[in-house]
Design a protein around this ligand. Structure first.
Ligand code: DQA
Length: 145
């Protein structure tokens, strides 16, 4: 069975509470439940990680590379700052691949959000579709195999 890891980076544990005018009222738990439901029809095995600690995320990506897991990642602010995250994801890019998801349309926001260290090596980037972006990423990865 295809394995897909869903990673949410810093502050995304605050989804539903943090800046709801930008990120909406859906919680991260709601998102994970929505994905689990969608996965039932897709014959994929999902795992989830949210962390505010970059090293935790890097080490989980290393394990995903060893286990041949594809990744859906909302890297939060690390999108715009982290070469280390890009280097870890480069291993996934060379294998099962990853999709970068942003709930908000980062291109319509502050200039510093318009550069991503990750987009150039992602299979695709989804921004601005709200939490539906995670489901779209799941559907895409599931039909890849
Ligand atoms: C975000 C956009 C980022 O710029 C921001 O730092 C986030 C969330 C999004 O989902 O729209 O934390 O990745």
């Amino acid at each position: 069975m295809q394995k897909i890891l869903v990673i949410n980076g810093p502050n995304l544990n605050r989804l539903g509470k943090r800046q709801p005018e930008i990120y909406g009222h859906t919680t991260l738990n709601d998102v994970e439940e929505m994905l689990k439901k969608a996965a039932q029809q897709l014959n994929v095995q999902l795992s989830f990680l949210q962390s505010n600690f970059e090293g935790v995320v890097l080490e989980r990506i290393h394990a995903a590379a060893d286990a041949n897991e594809a990744i859906i990642i909302n890297p939060g602010a690390w999108t715009h700052t982290s070469v280390a995250l890009r280097d870890a994801l480069a291993e996934i890019a060379a294998g099962p691949g990853f999709v970068e998801v942003h709930i908000s349309n980062v291109h319509a926001r502050e200039p510093f959000r318009q550069h991503s260290y990750l987009s150039a090596i992602a299979r695709g980037v989804i921004a601005g579709l709200g939490v539906y972006g995670y489901v779209a990423a799941l559907n895409y990865l599931a039909q890849e195999r």
